[in-house]
Every structure is written in C-alpha cells, then in structure tokens.
Design a binder for this molecule. Structure first.
Ligand code: GTP
Ligand code: MG
Length: 417
C-alpha cells in the first residue's frame, strides 16, 4: 500500500476487455498499482468484456454501478476520446480519466527538475489540446455557455495552449543540445556511455546504486525515477558512465515518448544499453514487458547493442531462473541472471559489459614540446591508456583509447600542435 494515499482521493477502476482477446488480469493489477502510485484509494474494480461503446467506452450500466461507490474519479484503463470524456462527465457529473492521464498525474507529482516539469507540461498540453478543441466544437453545436462547471473554454485558450507548446518545445530543444554537447565531451574524455533502461519497477535504480553507490531513490511502485542520474563505473581499463532512466510501460503513448525526448536521448545516444527486466514476473508478464521495452527502445531511436539483465533472480530458485531464461531467450539478447539486491551475477555482468563495449584502438602519435603539445599530452593522460611515451625530437606516444579520443589525438598530431 502506498503511503501517499489520500483518503479523500477515491476512484473506481474500469477496464474494457476485447471479447476476441484472452482476459489479462495483469492489466487490472497494473492499473491498480498506477492508481495507488498516484495517491488514489481504490473503491472497486470493474471489468467488462464487450466491444467499445462509442459514447462511454464501457456500457452505461457498468458506469452506473461504479457511481454507486461515489468515487471522486472514474479511472479507465482504455484510452478515452475527447467526446467520451465530455459525455461521461456530462451524464455522470464525475471526472473520468484514462490510464494516460493517470501516468501524467504520477509524473506531475514526482517531477523535481525543470526539464522533467517542462516535459510533463508538454505531454499534458499535447494530450489536452484535442479535448479543448472538442469542447469548443460541442459548445458551438449546443450553444451552452461553459461546460461541467470547469470554467469557460474559448478560442483564445486553445491558441494559448498552442503557443505554450511551441515555447516548451524550444526550451527542451535547448536542453537537448546541452545534453548532446555534454555526451560528446564525455566521449572525448574517453568515457563509454551505458544506459540502464527497462520496464518500470524492474530494479534499474537499485542496480545503479549497487554498482556505483549512487543513492538514487528506490521504491516498490511505478515511475519512481523520472530524471536521469549518471555515475562513473570503472571496469578494468574502461571508464564507464552509467545512466539510470525513466521506466517504460505498455502502450506508452507516443506523445509521452516525444515529450521525454531529451531524457530518453540518454538511452538513444548510449554506446550500450542494459535492458533490465524482473525475472520473477510470470513468464507471460516477463515476455510482455520485454516486448514493450524493445518497442520503446526502438521508438526512442536506440540502436546500440543490448545486454538483458534478468534481475531479482534471488526471488527464484536457480532452476526456475534458468527455465525463465530459456522461455524468453528469443527476446533477451546477451542475458545475465542477476540480483541487484544480493549482487548475484555481478561478475558476469561486468565481464559482459567489458566484452560488448567497442574495442579500443591503439595508435602512435607525435606531439611537439609547445604549450599546446603539453596540454594535449595531459588531456591524453586523462582520457586514454598511455602505453609508451618517449621524449625524442618530438614526444612520441603510443596510446590505446576510444574511437573519439584516438581520432582527436591523431588530428592534433597531424596538425603538429
Ligand atoms: N528481491 C529483489 N528486489 C529488488 C531487486 N532489485 C530491485 N528490487 C526491488 O524492486 C523495486 C523497484 O526497484 P527500483 O530500483 O526502484 O526499480 P526501477 O526500475 O528503478 O523503477 P522506476 O524508477 O520506478 O521505473 C524496489 O522495491 C526494489 O527494492 C532484486 O534484485 N531483488
Ligand atoms: Mg528508478
């Protein structure tokens, strides 16, 4: 149970299942987890198998049933169209929200950095814009002033939303380009960039903490992490920067991925991705979450090699873990069975990371005894492995380093600093 649950914030959960799909109790369970993470006290869960009702999503009878609990909100698993929101709100005088709104509410309550706040505002405005437009057109049709006691929407409000969206996009572009510069600098300093990605609550932050003593917040609920945290980790001669990122979830709406682009570029720009999954989930859930994670990785533009970290192995016996691993082998490139809690599998993970990083290059360069030459030498001591330095007519240096470091060193040498 979530300690932030507010007694006055009550909800009934409504899920419509397609009659031609197998029932999936996990959906309802996940929706409950999200509602609790957003601070709701859930009064009842209603599931109906039927085709989509174009007015209310579920049948009128099921919504009437939900209303007998007098909830402050109706939370739908299924996405609501703007006109469904309008209809339910008008007919039942209660605000309906869908799973996307719920996720946004959680994000909004957790956002602590300016970037995260902007990203959430952008997602919310992008989501709200069609709703406001719909209310405007409904009102024009019925000539009703105002709507559901929510105050007047008018054309200027819609235009304000549009211009705010444009402003936030500009601000985020700036943040993104700062991020790009920072990553480029880090690469030139010889770091390998490794991202921790995966379904929400899989244990990404716990793993970052265990590998680097980062002290990032860990909780047994979805979306604890919203902003990336980066910490250094050395594996033999490799200097790695490991970044923890926001978790994925099924059916992640596209506008949310777009709004979180600057954060997700920590993943799309990484040299290597550690895809963390909870191996103690049921085999079906594990597969579903791995599929959702691969889809999200692809959608955010990640094309880097992947190591699949099957975390929480301490919750299973060795044979159970191995059985799970066999069941998901088609979805789990380079798998490691691991426990971020007990450090089981850490040696294997380190070894695999080391193997999967792009091999270092070995080159020989010459630098003059000028101030620029000396400062380049000191930069190389910081960013590469110096194999040999001999002081001849010029400094002759043999070094091993990352592609970016070596390329820069070769160009300094050619320019005869
Ligand atoms: N038993 C066990 N529990 C773990 C392990 N790793 C993480 N957990 C628990 O799983 C829950 C989620 O862990 P987090 O590290 O917050 O997960 P996350 O992937 O960062 O989650 P979000 O940031 O919310 O997306 C916490 O209760 C952790 O204590 C593990 O190896 N074994
Ligand atoms: Mg986390």
């Amino acid at each position: 149970m979530n300690d932030k649950i507010d007694e006055a914030k009550t909800a009934v959960l409504l899920t419509r299942e397609n009659p031609n799909q197998a029932p999936d109790p996990y959906r309802v369970e996940e929706l409950l987890g999200l509602a609790e993470a957003a601070g709701y006290r859930v009064l009842a869960e209603i599931v109906q198998r039927r085709g989509r009702d174009h007015r209310f999503q579920l049948g009128r009878g099921r919504i009437q049933e939900a209303m007998t609990y007098s909830p402050s909100k109706l939370i739908f698993y299924n996405a609501l169209s703007p006109s469904q929101v309008y209809n339910i709100r008008s007919e039942f005088s209660t605000l309906p929200i869908d799973r996307f709104n719920l996720i946004l509410e959680i994000f909004a309550s957790r956002a602590s950095t300016r970037e995260a706040k902007l990203q959430i505002e952008l997602a919310k405005l992008t989501y709200d814009a069609p709703y406001v437009r719909n209310v405007l057109s409904q009102r024009k049709k019925s000539e009703q002033p105002g709507f559901g006691g929510s105050g007047a929407y008018d054309e200027s409000m819609y235009n304000d939303i549009k211009s705010r969206i444009a402003k936030i996009k500009d601000a985020l572009k700036e943040v993104e380009s700062i991020g790009e510069d920072r990553r480029q600098r880090r690469r030139e300093l010889g770091f390998d960039l490794v991202a921790l990605a995966g379904y929400t609550n899989a244990g990404k932050s716990t793993l970052l903490n265990a590998l680097t003593s980062a002290g990032v917040e860990v909780r047994d609920q979805p979306f604890t992490t919203l902003s990336p945290t980066t910490r250094a980790l050395d594996i033999r001669s490799r200097r790695i920067l490991l970044t923890d990122t926001v978790g994925f979830i099924d059916d992640l709406p596209h506008f949310l991925i777009k709004a979180f682009r600057s954060t997700l570029s920590e993943i799309s720009e990484a040299d290597l991705v550690l895809l963390v999954a909870d191996v103690s989930d049921s085999p079906e859930t594990l597969r579903r979450k791995l599929v959702a994670s691969h889809k999200a990785l692809w959608d955010c533009g990640s094309r880097a090699p992947i190591i699949t970290v099957l975390n929480k192995a301490d919750r299973l016996t060795v044979s159970e873990s191995l059985e799970r691993l066999a069941m998901v082998s088609d979805l789990a490139p380079n798998p490691v069975l691991l426990s971020a809690s007990t450090r089981l599998g850490f040696v294997d993970l380190m070894q695999l990371i080391y193997q999967k990083l792009q091999p270092l290059k070995e080159v020989q360069i010459k630098l003059p005894y000028t101030p620029e030459g000396m400062s380049e030498l000191s930069r190389l001591y910081d960013s590469a492995e110096m194999l040999d330095v001999s002081y001849q007519e010029q400094m002759v240096i043999r070094l091993r380093g990352k592609e970016e470091v070596v390329t820069k060193a070769l160009s300094s040498s050619a320019r005869e600093l």
